[in-house]
Each structure stands twice: as C-alpha cells, then as structure tokens.
Design a protein around this ligand. Structure first.
Ligand SMILES: Nc1ncnc2c1ncn2[C@@H]1O[C@H](COP(=O)(O)OP(=O)(O)OP(=O)(O)O)[C@@H](O)[C@H]1O
Length: 238
C-alpha cells in the first residue's frame, strides 16, 4: 500500500515544561477525511499546531508526502501543502473578506490559479462573494468560519486541517459548512478535522481517532465507531 499522505509516529509535544502529547501515532491517506475527537484539553489543537509547525515535536516523526517535516517552520510546512484553519478563526480586522481570503495565497505566484481558487471558494460559500468588500470581522460567526476555511483553501493545500468546525455555530450553519466539506472532499481535498461534536465528526469523516490525555484511545472507521455503544456511552455527552 502507498505511504499515507501524512503519518505521525510517537509524536510528543507541549508547551515548555508542560507535555501534552505522549507518543501520538496517526495516519491520513490522500483523499480521506479523518476526524480527531476527544474531550476538552485532550490535545487535539496541540496536535494540529505540532503538525503545522507552530510547535516543534520533542520526539517522534511527522512525515508528509514522504518527507520528514517535524520541527520545520510553519511557512515551510504551508509551502509543502498543509493548511491549518485555527480554532477561533483568527481573521484580520480592518481587512475585507476578499483580502483575508487572498492572504491564504500569500506564498503563491500563480495568478490565474489564485483567481480560479477564489472563484471556487465563492462557489462553495456564495455569501462570501456577496460580502467580499466587508471587514471580515463584521461577519457572523458562521460566515467567519466560512472565510477561515476559504482562506485555508486559498493556499491550495494537499492537506486541509480544520480546528473546531462547528464550535458556537447554529445547527443550520453546521449543516451548511458540513455540506461544503463534503463537496471539497469530493473534489479531491484531503481533510484532517478536529470536531467537538462527535456525531458531526463521525458523519463527516471516513475514519476517526479518539484522543484522550494526549494519546490515541481508539481509532477506526467512523461509521463503526458511531455504532459502537461503548463509544457513544463515553463520548456522546462530551
Ligand atoms: N499556549 C498554551 N500554553 C500552555 N498550555 C497550553 C496552551 N495551549 C493549550 N495548553 C494546554 O494543553 C492541553 C491540551 O490543550 P488542547 O487545546 O490541545 O486541547 P484540545 O483537545 O484541543 O481541547 P479544546 O477542544 O478544549 O481546545 C490543555 O491542558 C491546555 O491547557
């Protein structure tokens, strides 16, 4: 079998003296949607930050497309093809929706392809086309999430990582974003998704990892995990 697009083996990481990840193993194959679920503080965001280079792993290996990227700078990792949509969206105040989206393409020089990708983002999220000249931080929470995901898409990543897609959003907005993710994946986008809402995570993904205390507690096909009563008893209420 081909090597996974992303593979982590024995990754440990944290913040100074505080160790959060204790030997994480994880793989994402090209074309998959993989979800990370687990309670608050389990280490899911820390894992994404370690993959995208905001944190350097203290041990273990992170391979992307056959190359070791663990400890590389964030811009190198972005250039290698990993985009990180952070928790809390982090849009730039004082910049329009359009300029926030274009910032996602700041490492690219292929003007026509950038224009095509902007059009693709507007197709996925038509409200962003309407609001493109508005300050991005004046958008509603759901629209800001669309803009943050769109900014990630604008780097034309081979792996799109999204932290907390549904946090604080209405069910209708979550459905809308979920549909966009399905469309993106159908177009070939590989996605690693951190999602607090376990059922949404299982519905949107092919496989899932349940993270507990910085370790993988369970992994498997999302459809099977969703049917497993030990999983639903333990995690559906978090
Ligand atoms: N900047 C930081 N400095 C120190 N400790 C941190 C920092 N960010 C997170 N932590 C700690 O790391 C642990 C894991 O946090 P992390 O945000 O990765 O969890 P999570 O699984 O993403 O949960 P949540 O959904 O609540 O964000 C927590 O104990 C948290 O307090």
């Amino acid at each position: 079998m081909a090597e996974p697009l992303l593979s982590l083996s024995g990754v440990t990481s944290g913040y100074g003296q505080i160790q959060v990840l204790w030997g994480m193993d994880l793989a994402v194959n090209a074309g998959e949607v993989v979800a990370l679920v687990g309670s608050n503080g389990a280490g899911k965001s820390t894992l994404l930050r370690t993959i995208s280079g905001q944190l350097a792993p203290s041990a273990g290996s992170i391979r992307f497309d056959g190359t070791e990227i663990g400890g590389s700078r964030p811009d190198i990792i972005l250039k290698a093809g990993i985009a990180h949509v952070p928790e809390g969206r982090r849009l730039f105040r004082g910049l329009t929706v359009r300029d926030n989206l274009l910032l996602g393409a700041y490492l690219r020089t292929d003007k026509q392809a950038i224009a095509d990708d902007l059009e693709w983002v507007f197709e996925l999220f038509p409200i962003l086309r309407e609001r493109q000249r508005q300050d991005a931080t004046t958008l509603s929470g759901g629209e800001q999430q669309m803009c943050a995901v769109g900014r990630g898409i604008m780097s034309r990543p081979r792996l799109l990582m999204i932290d907390e897609l549904s946090l604080g959003l209405s069910p209708r907005m979550v459905e809308h974003l979920g549909n966009a993710l399905v469309a993106l994946n159908k177009a070939g986008q590989t996605i690693l998704l951190v999602e607090q809402d376990v059922m949404t995570a299982f519905e949107l993904s092919n496989r899932a990892y349940i993270v507990e205390n910085g370790r993988v507690a369970r992994t498997g096909a999302s459809a099977e995990l969703a049917r497993d009563p030990t999983v639903s008893d333990a995690y559906l209420s978090i």
